[in-house]
Design a protein. Structure first.
Length: 138
């Protein structure tokens, strides 16, 4: 048993994990379709989407429990799934001809069963002549 556990730990540590894949990683530029997708990706690379979802499972000892976190349970239910937090973030970066940033905008909102709320909404403008300051508002 101990040898099997050590082998599994070694095998898990030896394998490489990849948390994120990009469109260019999956694009085969040796094909006609891949050659057509690559310029499209370069054109729209300035817009990024990200986010996460956090579900929650609740269990009560009795059906129809009152005043539990997340509201009362349904009359014939003692368990449920809820969306505790779901966030989506949109980032946009605008560059000049020298590939220097001119502006960066971020918009993030939080959605739950209770509604939608804005979490982040800001913009940053860069000064590229002296490269000494930027203005952030939001």
């Amino acid at each position: 048993m101990k040898k099997a556990l050590i082998f599994l730990l070694f095998a898990a540590a030896a394998t490489s994990a990849q948390a994120q894949r990009f469109l260019t990683d999956m694009m085969d530029t040796t094909t006609t379709i891949g050659k057509g997708l690559y310029p499209l990706y370069g054109k729209h690379d300035r817009l990024r989407f990200g986010g996460y979802m956090q579900p929650q499972f609740q269990w009560a000892e009795e059906k129809g429990t009152k005043t539990f976190d997340g509201g009362d349970f349904a009359p014939n239910s003692d368990n449920r799934f809820m969306l505790r937090r779901g966030r989506i973030r949109i980032d946009y970066a605008h560059y000049n001809e020298e590939n220097q940033p001119l502006a960066l905008f971020a918009f993030q909102f939080d959605g739950t069963e209770r509604g939608v709320a804005i979490r982040d909404f800001w913009g940053r403008f860069y000064e590229n002549k002296l490269q000494m300051f930027s203005l952030t508002a939001g």
